[in-house]
Write a new protein. Structure first.
Length: 281
């Protein structure tokens, strides 16, 4: 996972214009449009032409299904509007924190994993339906790994930390794996794999302090001091963007600034000084 993280960071740093800004906004708008037109379609033909169908893609050349399946809504009415608002809030916040390139990669990898799942089981003789519901729900895991102690109002009334809502989401995933028949029950697993690929390092960084506490807070101070000295010697830059990881050593012509709205000293490149989540104590 660390090597994959490094590859993603290098890719995002070297492809500054990669990605679709406000990606979740377009996906949400697409879901609303498809839902509105679908309400007028009594034959259900619109949905049938958009969802993922491996046989239609490979035997009839309907390649648009590789993309349009994320625009097919899984709910209707008020439930759809609430879920889309939730997806937009989570997705846009992650994009601000990660940057457009990394968030776009996250969603594209999730789509590709779902496509591979659909194609593999189609080749094995299973007629499975692939949609973006678990992919969208997995963004909440990424959000919780990034902001575990953020407090939100459940039902706009009850204050609760994001990490506890993530456990509820995990219970829903586990229930789906147990209750659904094979191979439909593997769709949540595919979404979790995508989350672990992109956020496994953040998750381990959050879990590691608790693991150390369970070992009695035993710390090898000599080893820690040596590690800190090695890191200090290897730090051959003076400024590093906290979003994309670019440094003034690798990009000497890039402008870096410290955010005046963040608590403490937090450095960002010119691309992310106005496009990040502000740190508050």
């Amino acid at each position: 996972m660390k090597s994959f993280d490094r590859w993603v960071d290098r890719f995002c740093a070297s492809h500054r214009r990669f990605g679709i800004a406000n990606l979740m906004l377009y996906i949400v708008i697409g879901n609303v449009i498809v839902w509105l037109f679908g309400m007028m379609d009594t034959t259900n033909m619109l949905y049938s032409m958009l969802y993922f169908d491996a046989e239609a893609i490979f035997r009839h050349g309907q390649v648009w299904r590789l993309v349009t399946f994320v625009l097919v809504p899984q709910y209707s009415g008020l439930s759809l509007l609430i879920s889309l608002y939730f997806y937009y809030f989570i997705g846009s916040t992650l994009e601000q924190h990660w940057g457009t390139a990394r968030f776009t990669l996250y969603y594209i990898f999730g789509m590709v994993f779902n496509m591979l799942y659909g194609v593999i089981f189609w080749l094995l003789g299973f007629n499975v339906s692939v949609d973006a519901s678990y992919l969208n729900l997995s963004m909440f895991f990424a959000f919780a790994a990034t902001y575990p102690d953020l407090v939100v109002l459940l039902f706009f009334i009850i204050p609760i930390k994001i990490k506890w809502l993530a456990w509820i989401d995990a219970a829903f995933f586990a229930l789906s794996i147990v209750m659904n028949p094979f191979p439909v029950n593997l769709l949540p697993v595919v979404a979790v794999l995508n989350f672990l690929l992109f956020c496994g390092s953040d998750l381990m960084a959050y879990v590691r302090p608790y693991r150390n506490v369970s070992r009695g807070n035993t710390v090898n101070f000599r080893r820690e001091v040596n590690r800190m000295k090695r890191e200090e010697r290897s730090k051959d830059y003076t400024r590093r963007c906290e979003v994309c990881g670019r440094t003034d050593r690798d990009y000497p012509d890039l402008e870096f600034r410290y955010c005046s709205r963040c608590t403490g000293y937090h450095c960002y490149c010119i691309d992310h000084i106005n496009n990040h989540v502000h740190h508050k104590d």
